[in-house]
Design a protein around this ligand. Structure first.
Ligand code: ADP
Length: 388
């Protein structure tokens, strides 16, 4: 099974945070296990290059992952969750060399060359921060949406706000905000003490008009469980924190199902002419970037936008416009693809939905790694059909 084939039905969710230490990886690990317990097929990509901690939290022994006979990486599996981590990719002292533009290339390769099988949900534990690495990662993956984890402190919330804006900038839908270490529940009497301010995450979510997914209380057990490789949702499944993780996990899945206008995932094979593009794809508030119709004929791809315009883009022009890490330098955006190397009779072979903001495309030269955001497509110059 190729990545392109799995991508259509897959929810790929980035878990991000403005700064380190807010509990992003702990939240990712526990939500992953909670979703697996709820019957979902779940994978985790631990992309936190600064401190890949997911394997430790799930009790996965360190060491290089096994390879399949066709040279694909076999993910580790623990507590019902498949895991690939930067920690497995490199020796302990090697990540320093990866902390550059190579990171996205490595991760893209890593995700694509992994024997995931069929997944319902793939969680991507992003490195903390709101800089270039996070931005490139968010754009490099066909994300269905992103979650921002924050503690209730003012500083942390301010940075979380920046993270939310960053995701909006690249048109990645925000699935919601999670407030971690929200209050301390006394283990003997059950009284909740608010160590930090309370409700900041909720306020931010309200402010920015994104869902609030829930709070996880401060619980010393979380630390012990993480250290022992036992996620809290399993080790102390009746605790208030475990209940929170489960509630958040189900809210996360619910958010995607219930959000009005989310694209119905589709994969359309132009070769076999199977699978129909879903009508009514919705991306942004701007009608000029909201895709409502999709068709293809000998002259190329026909895109219909909510503002009534129709656009025709030739297959080869789409291939040349590919923004993936193989075709564009991710720092300078300079084109790496030599147009001469792209056959004149190149054709689109397959189109699929990526989240609710982009299309994935495969071409007859075998290239299938580009993500075409509605925003970028709408600004591509093609033939406006009305003018013909
Ligand atoms: P990040 O991924 O944001 O850097 P981690 O998930 O590594 O953060 O968590 C940082 C530390 O906080 C870890 O020691 C973890 O066990 C602890 N921690 C996370 N969530 C909680 C919680 N709800 N209660 C208590 N400790 C927590």
């Amino acid at each position: 099974m190729t990545y392109a084939e799995t991508a259509a039905g897959l929810r790929m969710i980035a878990i991000s945070s403005g700064k380190g230490g807010v509990g992003k990886s702990t939240v990712t690990a526990n939500i992953a296990v909670a979703l697996a317990d709820a019957g979902f097929s779940v994978g985790v990509v631990d992309a936190d290059i600064y401190g890949p901690s997911i394997p430790g939290m799930l009790g996965i022994a360190s060491g290089k992952p096994a390879m399949s006979p066709d040279q694909k990486v076999i993910p580790a599996k623990a507590h019902g969750v498949k895991v690939i981590s930067m920690a497995m990719l490199s020796d302990d002292d090697a990540p320093a060399i990866l902390r550059g533009p190579m990171v996205t290339k490595y991760l893209q390769m890593f995700v694509r060359q992994v024997e995931w099988g069929t997944l319902d949900v793939l969680l991507l534990d992003l490195p903390p921060g709101t800089g270039d690495i996070q931005l490139t990662l968010a754009q490099a993956f066909p994300l269905s949406g992103a979650v921002v984890v924050s503690t209730p402190q003012d500083v942390s919330l301010k940075i979380a706000r920046r993270g939310l804006r960053m995701m909006e900038q690249v048109s990645v839908p925000i699935l919601g905000v999670i407030e971690n270490m929200s209050g301390f529940t006394c283990p003997s009497c059950g009284t909740v003490t608010n160590i930090f301010h309370q409700g900041g995450g909720e306020a931010i979510a309200r402010d920015l008009d994104v869902p609030f997914l829930g709070k996880v209380p401060l619980d010393p057990n979380v630390v012990d469980c993480s250290d022992e490789g036992q996620p809290l949702v399993r080790a102390a499944s009746g605790s208030p924190a475990a209940e929170s993780y489960r509630r958040i996990a189900s809210a996360l899945v619910q958010t995607e199902d219930d959000t009005a206008g989310i694209a119905t995932p589709f994969a359309w094979s132009l070769v076999e002419d199977s699978g129909q593009p879903a009508p009514g794809l919705v991306a942004t508030d701007s009608p000029a970037e909201r895709l409502v119709a999709l068709d293809h004929d000998a002259a190329g791809l026909i895109l219909g936008w909510a503002d009534g315009t129709e656009q025709r883009l030739a297959d080869r022009d789409l291939r040349l416009a590919c923004q993936c890490a193989q075709c564009r330098d991710e720092m300078t955006s300079a084109r790496l693809l030599d147009p001469e190397s792209v056959p004149l009779d190149l054709q689109l072979t397959r189109i699929w939905s990526v989240g609710n903001y982009a299309l994935g495309m495969a071409f007859s030269d075998g290239h299938a790694t580009g993500i075409y955001t509605f925003k970028a497509l709408s600004t591509m110059t093609g033939t406006e059909l009305e003018d013909v």
